[in-house]
Design a protein around this ligand. Structure first.
Ligand SMILES: [Zn+2]
Length: 560
């Protein structure tokens, strides 16, 4: 028998609950009611911060790492820790950035790969999925802040701008990898501030739109970003795709996450109606995937610096709420491992000495070693890690599949160089990793509210979204907004003469005729044409090929 545990107080019809489940159900119901009943005073500015893929052990390691290196063993986030978040997909207890970030943004549980969209029904659904809404874009908190509250909105991340988490808060599609349709959506959202990686992803169409909507575009120019003092919209992009890891960054040329966050706060706080800002430390997750502890700790500390800037702003402002939570765990990271016996006798030096000497990520060290002659490898390795390689370790590196130095090509094991570097570095630490993938434990929650109406306890990712809706002071729910701005074209233009032009298969155009009027709506844009004249729709139009449907505002019919 299949059983569902309802998330909110909606009991599916013909629902049979065994006795044990009934207790669980009732307590869940109670928690849901308690959260629904919580008074949350709306504030002017709302900030959501996400250290991507950060398991609890990373917080502990970051504190001790600071202490070992002569700093106070305290994080900026510490005074605001308030609970944990259980974060999962619609049909899997272990989350992924696209669905779980999307759930923070929209309140809708989704499947792996989904960005801001209702999922399909699957055999493994954890909670009931509404088949009638499959593929309908789910309006997010950024859209609601802009459309319903006329607030300014911003995204600050270190990955490329259409990567999962920023896309979760600004785009809609079933496939997170389809940058072709995610990137234009983010541009056509008319976002006030976007600081990220991804210059190579910009298209002529996006640049034209920036010229039309008055967006200042700063490219690979840290000075221009730091000196920006305009009042309009501003995008600053660095590097071709993602920005490099913080540990590998040339901070003379590229801003830190804290610098980008500070500038975003400066620009957004000038806006009269307040703002919504999402800040992501994108690369804690990537370093965890790579089982690279030095980089993971450094990335988290770079994120925590940004938390410091945000909390300083919020405390001073008095009208700003902040919620901080990772989107899922990653790598099963532990302080203490099978390598090191007698774990409770290990000293701070034994645990944090070697990792403090690693000066580069394993991927950056890989690219250095790729250009290093075999006889120089030991010397170069020592320079960046303070490790004297054994002959056996050297042999492992040289026999890495992708080590192809001009006068020395060896193809040995199937392992690549970065992986083998990581293995050597980790063998000199007492850190454990159980996997190179995501993990399903709850993540830490931090929350700040000027009147103390914080989010606390153990909450689900759906409940975190409900809190964001409340603290933003939305008069209508995100679901109601979704039905208003993402209605199916065959319902909106029912009985009218419409066709879908697929000459450009990635960007089909819906053409509707009534009397002398012709309306043309292009997929993934917020600009439509009435009798050839462009106008702003106010939200992004989504086209889903799987059901050949445009999702657009119900009000568009009145244009005809
Ligand atoms: Zn993630």
């Amino acid at each position: 028998m299949k059983h569902f545990l309802p998330l909110s107080p909606h009991i599916p019809a013909n629902f049979f609950i065994p006795m044990k489940k009934a207790y669980l159900f009732l307590s869940l119901l109670f928690i849901s009611f308690a959260l629904l009943a919580q008074e949350v005073k709306p504030v002017k500015n709302v900030i959501m911060m996400i250290p991507d893929g950060t398991s609890i052990g990373v917080y502990s390691a970051a504190r001790w790492f600071k202490y070992y290196n002569g700093m106070e063993n305290k994080l900026h986030i510490d005074p605001y820790l308030s609970g944990t978040v259980s974060t999962f997909s619609s049909n899997a207890p272990i989350g992924d950035s696209a669905p779980t970030g999307s759930t923070y943004a929209t309140g809708v549980l989704q499947q792996v790969g989904n960005v801001g969209i209702h999922p399909t029904v699957s055999d493994n659904d954890l909670f009931p999925v509404d088949a009638n809404r499959t593929y309908q874009p789910a309006a997010n908190i950024l859209e609601a802040s802009r459309i319903e509250k006329n607030k300014a909105v911003g995204l600050v991340v270190t990955c490329e701008f259409p990567h999962a988490t920023p896309a979760d808060f600004s785009a809609h599609h079933y496939n997170r990898g389809n940058y072709k349709v995610l990137a234009p959506q983010i541009a056509y959202q008319n976002i006030d501030v976007v600081f990220a990686g991804g210059n190579k992803i910009l298209t002529d169409d996006i640049k034209n739109h920036f010229a039309n909507n008055g967006t200042t575009l700063i490219q690979d120019d840290k000075e221009a970003l730091l000196h920006y003092n305009g009042n309009g919209k501003v995008w600053a992009l660095f590097d071709e795709k993602s920005m490099p890891y913080n540990i590998d960054k040339d901070l003379d040329k590229m801003p830190s996450l804290a610098e980008m966050t500070e500038k975003a706060l400066e620009v957004l706080s000038k806006k009269p109606n307040g703002f919504f800002l999402m800040v992501e430390g994108s690369h804690v997750d990537w370093a965890a995937h790579a089982n690279d502890p030095a980089t993971m700790i450094d990335e988290f500390l770079a994120f925590d610096e940004a938390v410091g800037k945000v909390m300083e702003f919020a405390e001073k402002d008095g009208n700003t709420a902040v919620v901080i939570a990772s989107d899922h765990g990653n790598s099963g990271f532990s302080i203490g491992s099978r390598n090191c016996s007698g774990s409770s006798k290990l000293s701070l030096e034994q645990l944090f000495g070697n990792v403090s000497k690693y000066k580069m990520s394993t991927v950056a060290l890989e690219s250095v070693l790729m250009d290093t002659k075999p006889e120089k490898i030991k010397e170069t390795f020592k320079e960046y890690t303070d490790i004297d390689l054994t002959d056996e370790e050297l042999e492992t590196l040289l026999s890495s599949k992708n080590y192809k130095e001009s006068d020395y090509t060896q193809v040995g094991t199937s392992n690549n160089l970065a992986y083998n570097i990581g293995k050597i570095l980790n063998a000199k630490t007492c850190f454990g990793f159980t996997t190179g993938s995501h993990t399903g434990e709850e993540v830490l929650l931090a929350s700040y509210h000027p009147q103390g109406d914080i989010l606390k306890g153990n909450v689900k990712n759906t409940e975190l979204n409900r809190y964001l809706q409340k603290v933003t002071g939305l008069e209508i729910s995100l679901e109601e907004l979704s039905d208003r701005i993402f209605a199916k074209h065959d319902k909106v233009f029912l009985g009218m003469n419409y066709t879908i032009d697929k000459k450009d298969k990635d960007f089909p155009v819906l053409k509707v005729k009534k009397g002398k009027n012709t309306l043309e709506v292009r997929a993934f844009s917020s600009v439509a044409k009435l009798n050839g004249k462009p106008f702003d729709i106010g939200s992004v139009v989504i086209y889903i090929d799987k059901n050949d449907t445009f999702y657009l505002p119900v009000g568009l019919v009145e244009k005809l």
